[in-house]
Write a protein that binds this ligand. Structure first.
Ligand code: NAG
Ligand code: NAG
Ligand code: NAG
Ligand code: NAG
Ligand code: NAG
Ligand code: NAG
Length: 260
């Protein structure tokens, strides 16, 4: 429809041009807005300008073309240019928004992933150093880390507190093998508190580190007593005794982590 109007206006214009041609004035409509309207004028202006130039330069190839063909060519060129412009701006906006954002987003994610991996590596390293400092004085015996107090004697609750201050617990013993390994590090004829007691229920010996039933008990003969005053367990020459908790002995701590 618009093309039709443009063509009509163009022919009108050319007719006017032919009339005015010999006057050598610009090839314009007498009253373009009324005759054509805004759209038509915008399409025709380059056509008219070109015709003026063509006439001025007497371009032989242009002169050979009919006016109708010229107008159609120009209208088509205008439409093509408009379409190309539209396509370019579409591609541009595609580039700017979805595509670039996507790439930027990917890079942002990449960068974030990288930084997070760096951070977690640092945290891991820091944690290892922290653990080493925290458990300074602990030594690996078998599969666990133990601290054996070789000087200070404390009652059971004070010994327990001391182990917690070092980041551990009063120790329990897993099995005979672990008991042998620990015993090899202990002084003969000396008492060492362990993290085992039946304070919560008489006769039910629980382990401090786990809060569960003690994993391994190696009672000395005649032990445990049936006395509800002997609630804490110490190790003495590789055997266990239940005894009043208010007595002070050396003690053995262990770390919370197992190193299996
Ligand atoms: C213009 O048209 C005439 C006859 O149709 C032809 O002989 C001539 O070569 C054309 N000139 C150009 C420049 O196309
Ligand atoms: C796309 O971005 C360029 C510069 O980055 C800007 O010049 C252009 O106007 C933008 N295009 C769109 C459609 O936003
Ligand atoms: C995105 O990252 C790639 C490499 O991963 C890089 O070549 C490209 O330039 C980056 N793009 C932007 C927008 O940062
Ligand atoms: C210990 O047992 C005696 C009886 O054998 C009982 O009278 C006493 O209340 C018990 N004490 C505790 C703290 O359980
Ligand atoms: C254990 O020892 C601490 C400090 O020496 C003391 O305050 C506490 O009363 C003692 N506890 C028992 C049950 O003897
Ligand atoms: C432990 O407590 C009992 C009373 O419950 C007391 O007879 C004993 O002397 C105390 N022992 C120590 C070392 O405090």
């Amino acid at each position: 429809m618009k093309f039709g109007i443009a063509l009509l206006c163009g022919l009108l214009a050319l007719h006017s041009c032919e009339v005015l041609a010999d006057t050598e004035t610009a090839c314009l409509l007498k009253d373009p807005p009324i005759q054509c309207g805004g759209f038509c004028l915008s399409v025709l202006t380059p056509v008219l300008n070109h015709l003026t130039i063509a006439q001025d330069h007497r371009n032989p190839s242009d002169l050979n073309k009919s006016n109708e063909v010229l107008v159609r060519q120009y209208t088509m060129e205008t439409q093509l240019a408009a379409m190309q412009e539209k396509q370019a701006s579409f591609e541009n906006s595609l580039d700017n928004t979805s595509l670039q954002n996507n790439i930027l987003g990917q890079n942002f994610t990449e960068r974030q992933d990288y930084l997070e991996s760096q951070l977690s590596a640092l945290q891991e390293a820091f944690f290892r150093v922290e653990t080493k400092i925290k458990y300074l004085g602990f030594e690996q015996i078998g599969s666990k880390y133990f601290y054996i107090e070789k000087v200070t004697e404390r009652n059971w609750s004070s010994a327990s507190k001391s182990c917690r201050n070092m980041g551990g617990h009063l120790a329990d013993i897993k099995d005979q093998e672990e008991l042998n390994a620990i015993q090899a590090n202990l002084k003969k004829d000396t008492h060492y508190w362990l993290g085992i007691n039946d304070l919560s229920k008489e006769g039910e010996f629980l382990s401090m580190p786990s809060g569960k039933e003690a994993p391994f008990l190696k009672w000395a003969s005649g032990r445990p007593t049936q006395l509800n005053t002997s609630n804490c367990v110490f190790l003495y020459n590789g055997e266990m005794y239940d005894y009043p908790c208010n007595y002070s002995f050396r003690f053995i701590c262990q770390t919370e982590e197992e190193n299996e």
